[in-house]
Design a protein around this ligand. Sequence first.
Ligand code: UTP
Length: 286
Amino acid sequence: MKVKKAVIPAAGLGTRMLPATKAIPKELLPLLDKPVLQYIVEEAVAAGIEDILIITNRGKSAMEDYFDYVPDLQERLAADGKAELLAQVKNPADMANFYFLRQKETKGLGHAIWRAKSFVGDEPFAVLLGDDVMRAEVSVTRQLIDAAEKYGASCVGIKEVSDEAVAKYCSVEITALEERIYRVTDMVEKPVPEEKFSNFAILGRYVLSPGIFPILETLPPGRGGEIQLTDGLQRLCQVEPMVAKDFEGKRYDTGNLVGFLEATLAFALDHPETGAWLKGQLAMNR
Ligand code: UTP
């Protein structure tokens, strides 16, 4: 099983980041000098993904522009001898084969993934949520693909989270297979305490079998009136093997203010132009 395709759902309304997201897709907000979406594409490419479908929406066409050439700008940078900047401007367009499809109606994550059906065809594929950024030594998507390949199963990326967080995400029922890998037998979206299986929640990364599509096709709306991917996965794990990888790395939800700031600070501490300055500022204010 070779996973060569990825889907990045990026069609959400981004209401938690308003008013900035009124005109700028949250996936293009910059973490330092690169937009959120570039970090996510880099993770996919590092996992061996070649074809990337971005599920987009009205008012988000800047995402297509970002993964394209800008001839006027590139000519100017070349003429000015700014080779490094030129490479940085061109590079996003060359990282993979990009495809874009509009969700048309913002009916939830499950609906966005269902729109990828004809792009995916009959192969397993990766899903990377467009606002979840990972910092990891080994691409988190690669970690999931390795587990999926080993067990011939779909794979979800999980982490143990607090009681408050599990109520906001989802809770999975798991049994251990080996260190950091579990069999998944059930799950529930945004559980109330009595519904919770465990404090392990799925956090933004999946490797899915195409068996998810017929399930999503007929899935009724769930929590919040949206077609929930978790509800589709809950059904998938009843009929096909599914494992969970407690992935190594840190995940940042850049779709809310605290998560966005946390990611900005983490990347800024490592960035050659800002790291030393930020460390100095933090030490001064201690
Ligand atoms: P979120 O729930 O985090 O995104 O969805 P949102 O709906 O944009 O957020 P708020 O609550 O309004 O601030 C997780 C991912 O799924 C995508 C989002 O773009 C995000 O990357 N998504 C969500 C879709 O592509 N379509 C949808 O209908 C919903």
